[in-house]
Design a protein around this ligand. Sequence first.
Ligand code: UD1
Length: 431
Amino acid sequence: MEHILINGKIPLKGHIKVQGGKNAVLPILAASILTKEKVRINNCPDIDDVRHTIKLLEMLGCKVFFINGTVDIYPEKVEDTRVSGEHTDKTRSSIVFLGAMIGRLKKTVITKPGGCKIGERPLDIHISSIRKLNVTIFEKYGDIIAYTDKIKGADIKLTFPSVGATENIILTAVLAEGITTIKNPAREPEILELADFINSMGGKIKGAGTDTIIIEGVKELRGTEYSVGGDRIVAATYMGAVAVAGGKVTLSGIRTKDMKCITDTFRKTGMKVKVTEHSIICRRKIKKFRLKNVNYIETEPYPGFPTDVQPVMGAVMSYGMGISKIKENIFENRFMYVNELMKMGADIVLKKENAALIYGKEKLYGTKVKAMDLRGGAALIVAALGAEGETCIEDIHYIKRGYENIVRDLQLLGADIREEITGEDEKEDGR
Ligand code: UD1
């Protein structure tokens, strides 16, 4: 069993170069099969979700080498039309292989990613949109089956700006005959990165990041080299760490204009946040004042407050002075971390409308807690950094899905944090 041990209340100091973005790199890895030529991706985070996606690429027939943050993909032979097995189940974003496989082979059978703890995550918008591109597509026995003799451009209007559906439409349409227009697409920075990546392969995508994306189909794409931008959610996690533990930390390697809503929200807590184009300096003198509460936060599609930062903000607000309300609008089950925070002494009431009322406390206390999902797990680390005494966080495999080495990063900043392996796992894999 792996777990993380943290002794809180040590101010953090130093500099972190933020890892490459998980939500950007996963669709980019899938998109690499749209060419037969070599693709090189730099600044790729070494996280479990990337490892699973690489396994999927290899199962499809690609040769992949991942060394020191650089992934070289040789996608000359992609022959297997089936995307399935444990690796589709382990990373939810395996669903972007749907669009990439239709683009590459014009047919695929893909196992639907397993149910997700944070919410149902239906695929109706993906399926109905891809169908408009002259693709026969339906669900059968837990698989999605899709095939076409010719992908044809179409006008598509999304009922909700789904990130995954927008990615799948782009991936299907880029090699289509004719023009595809997506109205009301997701505008997340990761969509812009996917479009930039595909355009660097010779794709013709305009308007990513706006309310209309126009994709002019091309006959083929070429190989490319691309560097993934820094992970705005990881940066927000480390901002949360400084907010509760105090200190002064510089975060670099991120596009800060993508984080405006996050930096504005952190400023409301009283933490000093200085922003340049690619870095954020966070500063808080812990003895000087308590964190202020943030009256109300609700999660929304970009540019609103991201659902992925909601749990970290819940942990920060547990130390706020007064009452904060957080409303979760994207996923129905994203407050699983609340029960764990309450074991540490947080005072939180969950409301029927998928909201949490957080009554800020001066102190939380270390105890044994469990990561219930990726971002909820990160929120527990943040909470523990401000707590009295030792916190033990179990089930940290969730956290490793998205954080390259959060323990190393926080140790570099001076935190008293370590990972321990005990019991059966230690014997099994000798670590
Ligand atoms: C979502 C987040 C994204 C985050 C990612 C990982 C949003 C809008 N999306 O992306 O920022 O990085 O999780 O945690 O914040 N939906 C449907 N039918 C569909 C597709 C989606 O009803 O076919 C609904 C979902 O149930 C959910 C909402 O749309 O309520 C957002 O889904 P979507 O953006 O597609 O999710 P992800 O792509 O996983």
